[in-house]
Design a protein around this ligand. Sequence first.
Ligand code: HXC
Length: 256
Amino acid sequence: MAYETILVERLERVGLIRLNRPQALNALNRQLIADLGAALDELEQDRSIGCLVLTGSEKAFAAGADIKEMQNFTYPQTYLDDFITSWERLSRTRKPVIAAVAGFALGGGCELAMMCDFILAADTAKFGQPEIKLGVMPGSGGTQRLTRFVGKSKAMEMCLTGRLMDAVEAERSGLVSRIVPAADLLDEALKVAKGIAGMSLPVAMQTKESVNRAYETTLAEGIRFERRVFQSQFGTADQKEGMAAFIEKRPAKFQH
Ligand code: HXC
């Protein structure tokens, strides 16, 4: 399906979504969020897709929510339209999603990247929550997710001052998993995604669900959840295949 503000490609078992509003540094307007939601629905329903990559351009992953669109919003309108709730679609994605970030990931752009399962950063990446300079604060999870990623002190400083963080600081503080040279970012993200897409899809999805439990429950409950899911995996053909392949010294070929 063709979209107005994003480009979607299927590269074997990887679904690639590129944010594509270059004239506005991929500012996130309502159309883009709707397009992104529809593309996620489409790729989640497609059984041949095992992993997603979300990326922007060389200059910007996304420079935030569209300020020109938001400027004249009123409180009743944002409340009645439930502004922002539709952004959460990305965080409800069950298949693994990698954010490949080059250039600016600011405000809602940083929040979108943090809704993905991990962030690969180009050495040009710059992250920030500069909303306070616009007279608002992060509204799509930034105060919560950034704090969980980098801890209170750094999250508080970034949200209160609007200071940007470069890729080195972002890696040091746990916001991104790795830094790669900008020219290699997409190839590297696609390579990692292809590797994940070659695993058992239900197991990859259960792994994602289990890691995410660590943020949403107590340690004892999280461990209990992990153990039950782990035990259930012995009822799958993919576990039999994965372990047989190891013993027979050949690559595993998973069914799902
Ligand atoms: C609308 C934007 C935009 C944005 C950039 N543009 N960011 N339009 N919303 N968030 C537009 C500019 O107006 C300009 O359009 C074009 O993109 C190029 O941007 P420049 O500013 O000329 O580029 P540059 O000088 O390189 O500066 C890059 C920048 C700067 C540092 C990223 O654009 C910037 O500070 N942008 C805003 C960042 C921000 O405050 N983000 C948070 C938004 S609030 P024209 O037409 O002039 O050429 C938010 C709330 C989230 O995200 C809460 C949940 C929704």
